[in-house]
Design a protein around this ligand. Structure first.
Ligand code: SF4
Ligand code: SF4
Length: 364
């Protein structure tokens, strides 16, 4: 009988700071239905323009293409559930929980890389990663007993939490598996589907990224359609609504790492607008907030300020009409319109994006 590497896996994982590991036996499971559903989701354009979600379809469907002798799949999780600090009020916007502290790719992703190096030193071949690798992550989480997939498309530990990062490692070795989580624990609940501020769910378990605040405020380089912007409310970066309303998150256990302290839960939109793009890049280096760049953060701040509707910020917003990015200028036009500053109608701009924004705003 082949050696069981579970004790080695658990020991090495703990040594690199990964205390929660679940395991599935690779050969026991059929991936085709989930891979088909994923491919159909992409084919329907629901991944918006996130091209990295298209890559690696063959490996996603058959991870043995990457590691021929795959025998086990280890799923790691790291909880990050801090309480949201009190609303500071004023012209502030809120940040999704996962982004309050350090970039999890640096923290969690690096721990996984360290673990894989140590496994290889022990003669155990492996590969894996966090969310950018072509892996049916939620499927493996379910099969390894780490959590079920909620109607909000997020992995949930029943009655505990969905505030966690997931990572998956394929192993060319046998490890004692955990029982899979076969039951879906949503029952008749539909809270997440109803609460989504932009109606991004086309139904249970199906999210259209083209309508999701997280996509528009983090991944997209463009400006969200006007019809969605009011739904952003005060979400400046990401959105937690479909997890906040989930009954499984009522009393989440504490986070697994002090490195994820809530430093950036609320940000002042006026400060963001008054900072140079380079200063914002530097300020948010090493955190997820660096991803949209200074331009993206300013675009987001303008949408939040437009939704807050306090005309005390008009002068700061007007300064953005001179920003080099046409997306920021177009967002400023929208924001000024929301704030009732009719002078913006006289703004002359060479960009088609801004002209279009002015046309829709003022010519109907
Ligand atoms: S993250 Fe926000 S916008 Fe996106 S699906 Fe969830 S509730 Fe809707
Ligand atoms: S809010 Fe309800 S339906 Fe949505 S994931 Fe949670 S339990 Fe499932």
């Amino acid at each position: 009988m082949a050696e069981d590497v579970r004790p080695v896996l658990t020991r090495l994982a703990a040594e690199v700071g990964l205390s929660t590991v679940h395991v599935a036996r690779f050969a026991d499971h059929e991936l085709a239905p989930d891979a088909d559903a994923y491919d159909a989701w992409v084919a329907n354009g629901m991944h918006a323009d996130m091209g990295y979600l298209e890559r690696g379809a063959d490996v996603r469907r058959n991870p043995a293409q990457r590691l021929a002798d795959t025998r086990s799949v280890a799923v790691f999780s790291l909880r990050h559930a801090h309480q949201r600090p009190a609303d500071p009020g004023g012209p502030t916007g809120q940040v999704a929980r996962y982004a309050w502290g350090r970039d999890y790719h640096n923290l969690f992703g690096k721990r996984l890389v360290r673990l894989m190096k140590r496994l290889r030193l022990e003669g155990i071949d492996c590969w894996g990663g966090v969310d950018t690798a072509p892996i049916l992550e939620r499927k493996w989480a379910r099969l390894a007993g780490a959590g079920f997939t909620g109607k909000n498309c997020v992995t949930i530990v029943p009655a505990k939490t969905s505030w966690m990062f997931l990572g998956t490692v394929f192993l060319a070795a046998d490890a004692t598996p955990d029982p899979p989580l076969v039951k879906n624990h949503c029952g008749t609940c539909t809270r997440c589907l109803v609460a989504c501020p932009t109606d991004a769910f086309t139904g249970p378990f199906t999210l259209d990224a083209r309508r999701c605040i997280s996509y528009w405020t983090i991944e997209s380089r463009g400006l969200a359609p006007r019809s969605l912007r009011a739904g952003f409310g005060r979400w400046l970066f990401g959105c937690d609504v479909c997890q906040e309303v989930c009954p499984h998150n009522t009393r989440p256990p504490p986070p697994d790492s002090d490195d994820l302290l809530p430093r950036n839960a609320w940000l002042d939109c006026v400060t963001l607008l008054k900072s140079s793009d380079d200063a914002l890049k530097e300020r948010f280096t090493g955190t997820p907030l660096r991803r949209p760049g200074g331009t993206g953060l300013k675009r987001n701040a303008l949408i939040v300020l437009g939704n807050l509707g306090d005309d005390a910020v008009v002068d700061t917003v007007r300064e953005q009409l001179a920003h080099p990015s046409d997306v920021v200028r177009a967002a400023a036009v929208w924001c000024l319109q929301q704030l009732g500053d009719s002078r913006v109608q006289q703004h002359v701009d060479s960009s088609d994006v801004v002209k279009q924004e002015l046309r829709v705003a003022y010519d109907g």
